[in-house]
Design a protein around this ligand. Sequence first.
Ligand SMILES: [Zn+2]
Length: 434
Amino acid sequence: MRRWVVRLLSAVVVLLALFCAFVWVMEFYPRRVAHPPLRLAEGTLAIEHARIYISPSDPPIDDGSILIRNGLIAAVGKQIEIPAGTTQLPCNGCVVTAGFWNAHVHFTEPRWSGAEFKSAATLNAQLADMFLSRGFTTVVDLGSNPADTLAIRRRVESAELNGPFIYTAGPPLYPPHGIPFYLHDTTPTWIRALMLQPATPAAAQNDVRRNIAAGSDVIKLFTGSWVAHGRVLPMPLAVAKAAVETAHLNGKLVFAHPSNLAGVRVAMESGVDVLAHAADDTQGIGQGLLATIVHNNMAMIPTLKMFTTTVTPDPHYMDPIYAEVREFHDLGGTLIFGTDVGYMTDYSTEGEFEALGKCGLTATDVLAMLTTNPAAKLGVSAQKGTVTLGKLADLTVLDADPASDLANFSRVDAVVRSGRVILQSIRLPRLPHP
Ligand SMILES: [Zn+2]
C-alpha cells in the first residue's frame, strides 16, 4: 500500500478515537453514580424566636425554636432546650416553613452545559441565583441533558455543591414529528433529530426503560405539543399509555405537558400523574373534565408566570387560565408549585405567587403547593414537607409572613437543606461556618 494511504488511515483512526473519548468524557462519564448517598450535615444548628409554620394545616407557633441535629429535625416548639455550643442561624421574628419545592425546572441554559467540569464556585453562584435565593430545597427537572443534570445532582448530594435536591426526568418523550416550535430556534437540527419521538408503544416502552436505566426519577411526556403557532399535536394514546404503564411498573411518576383539550385527554386516559402546566388553550376544558381529572388524582403545576412572560403580553390572555386553575382548586384538585424556570429565564418567583392569588388561592393553599403536596405526590412525606421531628431539616426562612401577602413567599432570608445552611441573604449576619 502506498505510504500516504497508510498515513491517512492512521490519522482517521486517531481522530475517531479522540472523538469517541471526547463523547465519553462529556456525555457518559458525568452519569456515573447517579444517586450517591445523601450527605447530611453534622452537629447541631438552632433557629430561635421564629414564627414557625409546621405544616399548612397547623396554626403557626409564635416565638418558637427549631433544633437540628445531624441533618434531621431534633426538636420544634415553644420551649425547647438548645445545647451549649449549638450554631445559631440569626433570626428575630423570621418566618420558617418546610423547604420549598419547585416541581418544574430545567437545566437547559448554556450556563449548565459541561456541569461535570465547571468549578464549584461557578455552579454554586448559579444554583443560588436560580433556586436557593427563591427558597427551593427540592426541584424536579422536567427535561434536560442528563449528563449535566446528573453531574449537578451527584455533586449536590455529596455536599460538594450548595444546591437543592434534584429529581430529573432526563430527556422528555414527544409525539412523532412533535418537537415544539419554540425549541426550533434554540436547538440545533442534529440535537432535534436525537430527541425522543416514539412512534409505537414498543418504542415508547424502550425509551422509558432507557431513561430509567440512565438515572431518570420521573418521566415527562408531551401529550400535547405546540408544533406551530395555534396548532397542538397530541401524542398517540397508545404510545402515551405504553409509556405511562412502563413508568408505573418501575415505580416512576409521569408528568405531562398538555397544551390543550386533546393533550389533557391523552394525559388523563393514559394515567399520567401530574400535569406539568395548566392547559393554556382552555377551549372545551370545563367543570366536568376538571372534575374527572380531580377524581383521577392527577395533580397540576399551573406555571402561570411562564405564560404571562413568554407567550403574549395581552393581559386578558390569562383570564381563562386563571379560571381553569381556580375551578380545579375549588373542585379539590391537588396543585403543586412550579415555574418552568430554565425555560423561562426570569428566575424571580414573586409574579407566580401574585398570579396564584388571582386564582383565589390563600397562603395556606400556596404553602401546601410548596411543601406537603409535592412531597406527598413524590412519595417522600415521611422525610419532607413539614417541620416535624425526625424529618430532614429542609427549611426555608422568610423575613415576612406570607399570611399577610403571598408575595412574601419570595422574601427568602436563608435556606437549610439536610441540616446545612446553604443560603443566607445579605440581610442576615454571617454564620461562622456557612
Ligand atoms: Zn418546562
